[in-house]
Design a protein around this ligand. Structure first.
Ligand code: PEP
Ligand code: MN
Length: 359
């Protein structure tokens, strides 16, 4: 590629792509995305989500708009499927990735899901790529089954060119002369994409192999090779899957794989929990800064009205109101101590704007 491209900037240094509050592609720990090929019912997606979450999956997948070879095959539940995905996501805390097939559905999918998937068949749907780039959501870009590396990277460029750097590439098998497997998982190509770009790259051994018995070993190979994660088709009863049954593994097989890969189950993932706390601390800091700015304006208003900075009655009222509303995780004593400190910082801030004699 002789042109100057955004996609090759910082090649070889993987930039992080964040999804939801916890998921970090390219941060060193492989991201595992699991879920059924298609969302079939509220119960099916919820049961799957709960099982894969407990096993330690980081994200939930599930197709609501399905790109099927035959127009008579199950096409997905559409908007209803997106709602079921949201229910499952809320119940488990797993962020959702789901495919968007049509430009006109981008706003709806972006509203319901945490990450948009551009499927292999849509890899060169340039208006869809641009719309995904403008969606404000991170994008999982699958490699077309017949696409060269350059074509794949140029497809990513369409998204980046819209100002969206939150792109993760996904190798899902390319066509070869071999019909035994559905496609040929091009691990070398995926690793080359990782070296030639700063985008995280994951693999999809389900679509690449089309064979259940090859999915876990190929996922293991992808992770061992240093890719940034895998996306797997998982179903509580794989044989009953409405799409891609032959390549779908059971929730039990998924749980076993996670154990083998030493991926911590959800309840023991300290890094995940700490990342969530760090995220919350950032939000609290931002809000406190906003509060201090507002408080400074109040200090000016007090000065204008000739009032002292310290207003014990008002402080008491604030403390009592918040203590009365404290929830079970936050005791009244904790609310008292935290807001006493906040009010003190607030007074110190105002003191800087109010003349000494008025304090
Ligand atoms: C999918 O992930 O459900 C899917 C249809 O994948 P691909 O676009 O890779 O065929
Ligand atoms: Mn599928």
């Amino acid at each position: 590629m002789a042109e100057e491209l955004l996609v090759t900037e910082g090649a070889g240094q993987t930039r992080q792509v964040n999804v939801g509050s916890f998921v970090r592609f390219g941060a060193g720990t492989p991201v595992v995305i699991a879920g059924p090929c298609s969302v079939e019912s509220e119960r099916q997606i919820r049961t799957t989500a709960e099982a894969v979450a407990e096993a330690g999956a980081h994200m939930l997948r599930g197709g609501a708009f399905k790109p099927r070879t035959s127009p008579y095959a199950f096409q997905g539940l559409g908007a209803e499927g997106l709602r079921y995905l949201q229910v499952a996501s809320r119940a488990t805390g797993l962020p959702v990735v789901t495919e968007v097939l049509d430009v006109q559905d981008v706003p709806l999918v972006a509203e319901s899901a945490d990450m948009l998937q551009i499927g292999a068949r849509s890899m060169q749907n340039f208006s869809l790529l641009r719309a995904a780039g403008r969606s404000g959501r991170p994008v999982l870009l699958k490699r077309g089954a017949g696409a060269t590396l350059d074509e794949w990277l140029h497809a990513a460029e369409y998204i980046l060119a819209e100002g969206n750097r939150q792109v993760v590439l996904c190798e899902r098998g390319i066509k070869s002369f071999e019909p035994y497997t559905r496609a040929t998982m091009d691990l070398g190509g995926a690793l080359a994409a990782r070296l030639r770009t700063s985008l995280p790259v994951i693999a999809d051994p389900s679509h690449a192999t089309g064979r259940r018995e090859l999915v876990v070993p190929m996922a293991t190979a992808a992770i061992a090779s240093g890719l940034d994660g895998v996306i797997l088709e998982v179903h509580p009863d794989p044989d009953s899957s409405l799409s891609d049954a032959a390549q779908t593994i059971s929730t039990a097989a998924f749980t076993e794989m996670m154990r083998h890969l030493h991926m911590p189950p959800r309840s023991a993932d300290l890094a995940l929990l700490r990342a969530a706390v760090d995220e919350l601390d950032e939000s609290i800091l931002r809000l406190l800064d906003q509060r201090m700015a507002l408080s400074a304006r109040i200090g000016e208003a007090k000065e204008h009205h000739g009032l002292p900075v310290r207003q014990p009655g008002r402080e008491q009222a604030i403390l009592q109101r918040l203590q009365a509303r404290s929830r079970h995780h936050l005791t009244q004593a904790a609310v008292h101590d935290i807001w006493t400190a906040i009010l003190s910082a607030s007074r110190d801030g105002q003191a800087g704007t109010v003349p000494k004699e008025a304090q």
